[in-house]
Write a protein that binds this ligand. Structure first.
Ligand SMILES: [Zn+2]
Length: 322
């Protein structure tokens, strides 16, 4: 999540869509459960959706999906402490509801590499006995790096499955998992579709409403999502959704950033989250066009850019980074 996204409204709204397509507002809060009871009464288990963070709050994103003896988890994020929480480095989701069910966890899927989605992974994966983790290459590299940071030489405990293509499909117990393209401020972010006999869940992770700058087409393929097996639930990240002002496009932001860098006199100091890798890439590109050098500061900042460079997501000319 970006600082600009945080400002408008520190509130998330989530809705679920039942069989008739009617939008039903769900009460939200920590640890609340929702189930598709309309189609699951009787012989089939219910699909339980248990958010352990990320609802009515910014950060700590983690959702547990449980169907019978199968559990799939989406994200394990941390939350940064509020101003009055002195002495606390970060806050992680409470997974006590999974006690005794560790063996049922078939997979942990990471939607993208921001800390509010992967930050708690070294602690929580260990507590769950290192279940299989799933993500796109940059996301998994960042999870591995976080693991090494927490406990050196421990990333070999991670059992990983890489999403090589958005058309990849996986089965984890009763869950069938598919993916879709979304737009977010970090590379390799992915939306997730979880299909169970009781119904499907569409979860975009963090996303922005963005259109392709050239074609004008939406980046999210809604027609593909409309074909998801019914009944379906849409779990929608909607931070800032009640802000009615028109939001700038990525393209406009990129241009603004370059204008600011070009028109500033002297040295420029830019503060940003270390995981805003795409935007840091923009800054490096702008600097190269304007014959400026870039000095990265901070351990995570340097490390993330090194990881992104390894994957070819950031291409800096020799001598740009000093
Ligand atoms: Zn994010």
């Amino acid at each position: 999540m970006t600082p600009t996204q945080l400002k408008p409204a520190k509130r998330r709204l989530r809705r679920s869509f039942g069989r008739g397509g009617r939008a039903t507002p769900r009460p939200s809060g920590r640890g609340q459960k929702a189930s598709l009871s309309s189609v699951t009464a009787g012989k089939h288990p219910k699909l339980k959706i248990i958010p352990l963070g990320g609802m009515e709050e910014v950060g700590k994103n983690m959702t547990v999906f449980e169907y019978g003896n199968d559990i799939v988890i989406l994200d394990m994020g941390l939350k940064f402490p509020e101003e009055d929480q002195h002495g606390i480095d970060y806050i992680i989701p409470n997974i006590s509801c999974l006690k005794g069910k560790e063996k049922n966890v078939r997979a942990v899927i990471f939607s993208h590499g921001h800390l509010d989605h992967i930050g708690a992974s070294p602690i929580l994966l260990a507590r769950l006995g290192y279940p299989t983790i799933v993500g796109r290459p940059l996301t998994l590299a960042m999870v591995k790096h976080r693991q090494e940071d927490y406990e050196p030489k421990s990333s070999n405990r991670l059992k990983t499955i890489t999403i090589k293509s958005l058309s990849d499909r996986f089965s984890f117990g009763a869950f069938r998992v598919a993916f879709f393209q979304i737009e977010h401020s970090i590379m390799d972010a992915v939306g997730v579709i979880l299909e169970t006999p009781a119904g499907s869940v569409i979860h975009p992770g963090d996303w922005t409403l963005e259109r392709d700058a050239r074609s004008g087409n939406p980046i999210v393929d809604y027609r593909h999502l409309a074909r998801v097996k019914r009944p379906s639930i849409l779990m929608l990240e909607s931070l800032g959704a009640i802000d009615v002002r028109k939001s700038g496009t990525q393209d406009e932001m990129k241009k603004n950033l370059e204008t600011l860098i070009r028109t500033a006199s002297g040295r420029i100091i830019i503060g940003t989250f270390a995981s805003q890798i795409e935007r840091i890439g923009w800054i490096i590109q702008a600097a190269e066009r304007l014959n400026k050098k870039v000095a990265l500061d901070g351990y995570s900042m340097k490390m993330n850019i090194e990881i992104a460079t390894t994957f070819g997501y950031i291409k800096a000319r020799k001598g740009t980074l000093i």
